[in-house]
Design a protein around this ligand. Structure first.
Ligand code: SAM
Length: 248
């Protein structure tokens, strides 16, 4: 029967692909991808000659219908994105959703994902975390988003563009305070991989010192909010205020 395989691809180092992923890419009838030229480089490196098909974001719904029709006629398809795991800040949602509605088997393969790769080396709490994808590009929306996450106790993971990293870290200092721990993971699995951890205000300084520190592909992580153990609970504060008013 037809199967839609979800196949992660490397996030920078071509060796980061599983044997099983290569087998699936070899065996399927069609590879649905984000950018056929980008995927062609990976396929030629591994001498895979399976035909590719573009699944552009703006016409994904229409393309998804066509792919579901192909799957219904018994063809198998592998879905890949330019890098990492499809659907994670990448196209594929409509296709997977339609396949599941149509009763077509969807088989996910495990593999590279920038968010998880970054978190595993960040030194932040990993027992609970929140993946927030890309922050809004507009200043006000980005501010509001960070404001809404200010008291989130889980570690936060964002994908960030090199053009906006400085502004975002400045905003983090303003909203979450200078001492909140921030980790910037850059160019993971590539030649200039760096993972740097500092309190927000120091991170801002460090990034400002050298343009190269903002270049390339970036995962930005922020420690979760820790309630101040010195601070009294609201109820106790109210009682204290009442007591004080009664004291001579
Ligand atoms: N689907 C991908 C995944 O599973 O990680 C993410 C796709 S998203 C369009 C691309 C963003 O992922 C980049 O802007 C960057 O924030 C992050 N990213 C991808 N590769 C990376 C790498 N090698 N190092 C750091 N961040 C990376």
């Amino acid at each position: 029967a037809a199967v839609l395989y979800i196949v992660p691809t490397p996030i920078g180092n071509l060796s980061d692909i599983s044997h099983r992923a290569l087998e699936v890419l070899q065996q399927v009838d069609v590879i649905a991808c984000e950018d056929t030229r980008h995927t062609a480089r990976l396929l030629s490196h591994y001498q895979i000659s399976t035909p590719t098909w573009a699944l552009h974001d703006h016409n994904e719904q229409h393309k998804a219908e066509q792919l579901v029709a192909r799957l219904s006629s018994g063809k198998s398809i592998a879905l890949v994105s330019d890098a990492g795991t499809p659907l994670i800040s990448d196209p594929g949602y409509h296709l997977v959703n339609r396949c599941r509605e149509a009763g077509i088997r969807v088989v996910p393969l495990p593999g590279a994902c920038a968010a998880i790769t970054a978190l595993s080396a960040a030194g932040l709490a990993t027992d609970r975390f929140a993946f927030e994808g890309f922050l809004p590009a507009k200043e006000k929306a980005r501010h509001d988003k960070l404001e809404s996450l200010k008291e989130e106790s889980r570690s936060l993971i964002f994908y960030e563009s090199p053009r906006r990293l400085l502004d975002t870290v400045a905003e983090l200092v303003a909203v979450m305070g200078p001492d909140r721990q921030v980790v910037v993971a850059r160019e993971l699995t590539k030649t200039f991989e760096t993972i740097h951890s500092l309190p927000a205000a120091e991170m801002l300084e460090w990034l400002r010192q050298d343009d190269n520190r903002c270049r390339g592909e970036i995962v930005l992580m922020v420690a979760g909010h820790r309630p101040d153990s010195e601070a009294l609970p609201a109820e106790a504060l109210r009682t204290l205020t009442l007591l004080r008013a009664e004291l001579p």
